[in-house]
Structure formats: structure tokens, C-alpha cells
Design a protein around this ligand. Structure first.
Ligand code: TEU
Ligand code: CA
Length: 553
């Protein structure tokens, strides 16, 4: 089928934390292969693997030191071939993470580049003279650090939008682009089914960003040549294969998304937007305890649903390896019951929207944020840098405040090991894991859920099956019903004279559903799914975190 990815459900695997087959405390490829049947049973049909390439180990794999090798901690190329073959046998497609805005500083290209101003690969990266004895400009990167690092050997600075160990590639250099496309084709020829493209909208740097003038620098998102590069990449790679592509693009508007992933853009199939992830940000970005307002969620989601309809394709996600656990952030973990209900409600909300749903590993079990007692429990470079900047240098937060924010928002929340069972090691490892296991694995784990149709897992499975059975979930036109209601999110999807009606109570308080039930009474209604038993329902009341979906004919 053309555009098969519109009907797909993608499951994201974070290899370090999925399954440790050889018992060294780190997840690996053999572990993933072992667990592919679990993903298949859930019903997902595409698996996105966060980076598995050889890495410098600074940013949990997002700093690649050899694009043609498998990270030794994860296994060998033979292990990868086996994973790919097994996945295909099971009818699962494999998407790799393409991290080409930057490499590791241990990549041989960078080693050569930094060796001399005249090295053949000098221009593979972005080198500039300092300005009056300091960095070329005052630009800051994503990880709470200046975007320039001084290199004494050649007395110049290199640009790194992320960690110091992640120098940015110079996409202006055609040789760099050729290397990247050749590498992509290598993986396609091996049989992979697509790429998720890491911060792909930052690859073209605007002149002010690279100017050595002591200025402010510039935002590198959606830079001047990015569409030219992506169209070139498409011609050189994607066009030749039946593949799925999704760009990770912080800072894009609906209009930008149509340029990247419009039906005629010849760039990407879809992108990840960040506006929904920004609804609970504050003056120091994500480092806050601010709770979202549902009306902001509605505003953002509605703008994207309406804006891309018929013009481009949405991706849907509530969490990934960079975000806290969605049930902790958008749901309620104050009681086991609310955790389960709100995890199912959030899943309903997401899976019934138009767009390809992305499930982050463990969300299908209702896995939650964990507890970081102090910085020794933390592993993520972003959290360390933020701590240094806000607590030690600028002193805008106390230690306790920052620990609170890291517990609420830190990326490590999503990176704790997958909870396969309640045993020591959570069925993930026999050894000491590389990051602490969430203590609640004794209650929340796959073993307790896979055979229980009423579990969060069982519910995800039913949601995914519905997508296969009802085309309206893929195609229907979205309409928001209750714009100003701060607790209930009601929307419809309309196609071919049918209406899908989705009701989600985002609060712990019973809410009226009269507005929606009035619609139900007028038509022949079938209840497709819900997170409370239907027979106990008072039709016009939504109980805490209740979700229901009807098909109206
Ligand atoms: O993320 C890019 C990105 O925008 C994030 O850095 C985001 O701003 C941050 O995580 C929010 O806290 C990608 C990867 O998903 C991330 O894991 C990498 O660290 C980053 O690129 C660098 O490769
Ligand atoms: Ca291992």
C-alpha cells in the first residue's frame, strides 16, 4: 500500500534499557531480538531503534563515532543482521536513528579535522576564529552550554549545538553530504525500513550563527538551506526505497511542517513537532514544576490536526527518550487506580487522533517517572549541564529545587530499564544495571500485564487493533467539541458519513458528558473502547480519567 506508514503504529526501543541478554547491565541487540515477539503481540508494526552505532558515550548513543559499526556494548553486526531478519519474519519493520547534525568528537572525521587547520577534513566541521580572545559569538547550545568549544591545538573554536563531545557537521560541505547519503544507502541496502532523523532541521546554520563577531548568534532551526539538503537527501536515498521517514524537528510551526512533510514536499513523510511538549515550559524551559493546562493542549493539538489535514501527515507522541513518562506528566500517578486509568485515557486520546502513533517502550505498561535522590542517580549529560548552569553558576535554583525538577522532567525518567517482571533486575538484567531500576517494577511490569486484557498493556493492544479495523481512525477529519472545558477533551473524527466520538476526562473529578451523550442518542452508536466497564457507566457522567470512544453511524 502506498503510504502504509499512515496506518502503522511505531514502537520506540531505547536499546540501553530494553533487554540485557548477556548480563552486563546494559541492554543489547540480542535482548531486543528476544523481545521482538512481545512488540509483535502488542500489535505495533514498526520498531524505531534509538542509536545502535558505535558511540563516544557522551549522550547515550546520540554521539556516533562510526556510522558503519555497531556499538560494542550492544553487540555485533551479526547480531544486527539477526535482529533485522527476525523482525522481518515477524512482519515488523525496522527504523534506525540517523544522527547527522553532529558526530562524536571521537569520530575519525573529527579527529582528522581537529589535527590541523589544513587537514583534508577541516571543513567537515564548523571551525571559526575567536572574537577578541573569546568564543566567535555568544550562542548557547541545547544543553545549557555555549555552542563553541576552544581547541588549543589549532587555536580555533568548533561549533557544538549539543554536548562538547558532539561537534556539528558542516552541511555546506558537499563531501559531508555525500558521505551521509552513502552511509544511509549502506543501511538501506542491508534492508532497514526507514530513518528517524535526529534534529534534522538544525543542519543548515544561518550566517549569524557561524559569524565570529561577538554577537548573539542565531537559532539554527529551519535554517536557510535545510529544504535544499532534505530534497537532495530524498533524491539520493529515500526515493529509491519503500521506506518510512520521520524528522525530529524542534521549533517548527504548522507551516514549517508542511514544507518538511507536505504531500508534495519530497522531503520527509512526517515530523515530530515540539509544541505539545512545550505546554508546561516556563522561563527556564523544562526546568520547572509547572503543570500543563488542558486548554493549551487543545489549542496546540487542534492547530496541528486542522493545519495538516489533507496537506501533510502528523506524528503523535506523548513521550520518548527525551521526555518524562507521559503518565507522570499528563496523567496521575497518585494512586495505582488513577495511574492505570489515566495511562489508558492518554493512550485513547493519542491513538484516536489523526497521525501515526509512536509508543515509547514501557508506556504500554503505564511505566512512571522514577526517583533520583541526588545527582549520583542521574546519568544524562543534559541534567548535569543544567545543574551546573542553574544551581552552581547562576544560582537561580537551590539543589533541592533542581532535584525536584530533574525528578519531574529529567530525560533519565524515560531511560530506566524496561520492567519485564517484578524480580530483582526487573527481568531486564542479571547484573547491576547501568541506571537504577524504578522501584515500582514489583507492581508495574510486563509479566503481570500481558495476559490480562484489563491491564494497560491489554488496553493498548485493543487500541492498536481498532486502528487496523476502522479506517476512520486513520482518515477521519478532526473536530474539537469542547474548546474551553479545562478538564474534558472531546473530539470527533468524521469520514464517509460516520463519526468517531472520543471523550477523555483529564481530571480526577467526575465530569459531565451530557454534551457528548446528546450526540450519541441521535445516532446508532457502537462503543468501540473505554477504560471503565460499560455496564457500570452512567452515560452522562465521565468518571475520573474515564475515556470512551463511540462510532456513530
Ligand atoms: O534531541 C534533540 C532535541 O531537541 C533535544 O535535545 C531536546 O531539546 C531535549 O532533549 C529536551 O530536553 C535529539 C535526541 O532525541 C536527543 O536524545 C539527543 O540528546 C539530541 O538530539 C542530540 O543528538
Ligand atoms: Ca548487555
Amino acid at each position: 500500500m502506498a503510504d502504509w506508514w499512515k496506518k502503522s503504529v511505531v514502537y520506540q526501543v531505547y536499546p540501553r534499557s530494553f533487554m540485557d541478554a548477556n548480563g552486563d547491565g546494559v541492554g543489547d541487540l540480542k535482548g531486543i531480538t528476544q523481545k521482538l515477539p512481545y512488540i509483535r503481540d502488542l500489535g505495533a508494526d514498526v520498531v524505531w531503534l534509538s542509536p545502535i552505532n558505535q558511540s563516544g558515550g557522551v549522550d547515550a548513543g546520540y554521539d556516533i563515532s562510526d556510522y558503519y559499526q555497531i556499538e560494542p556494548e550492544f553487540g555485533t553486526m551479526a547480531d544486527f543482521n539477526e535482529l533485522l531478519q527476525r523482525a522481518h519474519e515477524l512482519g515488523l519493520k525496522i527504523v534506525m536513528d540517523l544522527v547527522v547534525n553532529h558526530t562524536s568528537d571521537k569520530h575519525p572525521w573529527f579527529q582528522e579535522s581537529r589535527s590541523s587547520r589544513h587537514s583534508a577534513k577541516r571543513d567537515y566541521y564548523i571551525w571559526r576564529n575567536g572574537f577578541q580572545g573569546s568564543a566567535p559569538n555568544r550562542m548557547m547550545g541545547y544543553f545549557c552550554e555555549p555552542a563553541w568549544e576552544y581547541d588549543a591545538k589549532t587555536d580555533q573554536y568548533y561549533m557544538h549545538l549539543f554536548a562538547i563531545g558532539q561537534p556539528d557537521l558542516n552541511w555546506e560541505n558537499e563531501a559531508v553530504r555525500r558521505e551521509v547519503y552513502a552511509m544511509m544507502n549502506f543501511w538501506f541496502m542491508k534492508g532497514i525500513d526507514g530513518f528517524r532523523l535526529d534534529v534534522i532541521n538544525a543542519i543548515s546554520k544561518p550566517p549569524a550563527a557561524v559569524a565570529s563577531d561577538g554577537g548573539k548568534g542565531a537559532n539554527c532551526e529551519n535554517g536557510p538551506r535545510v529544504h535544499e539538503y532534505l530534497r537532495e537527501m530524498n533524491r539520493e536515498t529515500f526515493l529509491k526505497y519503500d521506506c518510512i521517514t520521520v524528522g525530529e524537528t524542534p521549533g517548527v510551526s504548522v507551516g514549517d511542517a508542511i514544507r518538511y512533510a507536505g504531500v508534495c514536499s519530497n522531503e520527509l513523510n512526517m515530523i515530530f513537532q515540539f509544541e505539545l511538549m512545550d505546554v508546561d515550559q516556563d522561563i527556564y524551559g523544562k526546568w520547572t514544576s509547572k503543570r500543563y493546562d488542558l486548554r493549551d493542549v487543545k489549542r496546540v493539538v487542534t492547530r496541528w490536526q486542522e493545519g495538516l489535514y489533507g496537506k501533510a501527515w502528523n506524528s503523535q507522541y506523548l513521550g520518548n527518550h527525551d521526555q518524562p513518562r507521559c503518565v507522570s506528566r499528563f496523567g496521575d500517578t497518585s494512586t495505582p487506580e488513577y495511574r492505570e486509568k489515566s495511562a489508558k485515557m492518554l493512550a485513547t486520546f493519542l491513538h484516536m487522533l489523526q497521525g501515526t502513533p509512536y509508543i515509547y517502550q514501557g508506556d504500554e505498561l503505564g511505566m512512571t517517572n522514577t526517583v533520583f535522590k541526588d545527582m549520583s542517580d542521574v546519568r544524562d549529560v543534559e541534567a548535569f549541564n543544567a545543574y551546573r548552569l542553574y544551581v552552581e553558576q547562576r544560582k537561580v535554583f537551590t539543589h533541592n529545587e533542581m532535584m525536584r525538577f530533574i525528578n519531574l522532567r529529567g530525560r533519565d525518567n524515560a531511560r530506566t530499564p524496561m520492567q519485564w517482571s517484578g524480580e530483582t533486575g526487573a527481568g531486564f538484567t542479571r547484573a547491576e544495571p547501568w541506571i537504577g531500576i524504578n522501584p515500582n517494577h514489583t507492581q508495574i511490569n510486563a509479566k503481570a500485564q500481558v495476559n490480562d486484557p484489563n491491564s494497560v498493556y491489554g488496553y493498548y493492544k485493543r487500541l492498536i487493533r481498532l486502528r487496523r479495523e476502522y479506517d476512520i481512525i486513520t482518515n477521519g477529519e478532526y473536530k474539537l467539541i469542547d474548546k474551553d472545558n479545562p478538564c474534558v477533551y472531546t473530539y470527533t473524527r468524521v469520514a464517509c458519513g460516520e463519526t468517531l466520538l472520543v471523550l477523555c476526562n483529564f481530571s480526577a473529578v467526575a465530569q459531565s458528558a451530557a454534551h457528548a451523550e446528546a450526540l450519541v442518542k441521535l445516532r446508532r452508536a457502537t462503543r468501540l473502547i473505554g477504560n471503565y466497564p460499560p455496564e457500570t457507566a452512567a452515560a452522562d457522567i465521565l468518571r475520573p480519567y474515564e475515556a470512551r470512544v463511540y462510532l456513530l453511524e
